[in-house]
Write a protein that binds this ligand. Sequence first.
Ligand SMILES: [Zn+2]
Length: 277
Amino acid sequence: MFDLPGSRWRTRFAPAPTGYLHLGHVVNAVWVWGLARRFGGTVVLRVEDHDRVRSRPEYEAALREDLAWLGFEPDEEVPRQSARGKRYGAAMAELGDLVYPCVCSRKTIRAAVKRLGREEGDEIRYPGTCRQKRVDPGRTQVRRLRLEPEAISFGDLLLGPQIQVPAEQCGDLAIRDRDGHWSYPFAVVVDDLDQAIDVVIRGADLLASTGRQIQLSRLLGRPEPPHFLHHPLVLGPDGRKLSKSNRDTGLRELRAAGWSAQRVLAEAARLGGWPES
Ligand SMILES: [Zn+2]
């Protein structure tokens, strides 16, 4: 299982320091370290603090301490996202005319989608309003990437063959917001490229965004995108994805309740479908 000839199994654990770790993060760590160790690969720690408003040093300190407590030690650490603004700017410049400014608000996008009679799925598809408008770039920091309709196929290491058409899912991809913050998919694609990550291991909630990341990484000159593995998510009692507000699954809470690292790891392995649990 998961045999990837030629892969170096260089993967990453990439937490956002916007809250404390919970069992969902531990599930991801079990998969990341588990596979890297099994195949003689490398785990890169990347602090994804692209959200400069919600990221806090105390959360980062806590997550490092929690990882150490669990026995997860990264092999390498790469620069945090907040230190890489210049590089993201250069990557955007490489995309040239494919990038354009957008002055739409969420509200006007919703209204346009409605007018066009398009079904609203889980995700709002940007209808391309500003594509031809030649908006003055000084008016806004928002930038979008033109995504031509293209079917992106990839083999998920766990879920099998997938086909996605990003232009139909999300439309032209937002790469920077109005406060000048880089978007998650843009920052991680540039990071994965620069840091030579060749296997991306993450939760199934991100499956839908994989096609656009592959399309973007090709546009940035990476013909062979990384391999992807999306593992099961831990759901809360309400059937929804765990969040920082699920207090009973927070690592801090479990530790305070006397759980050993071994017990936390066993529970995460069981919940996350780790095949060696
Ligand atoms: Zn627009």
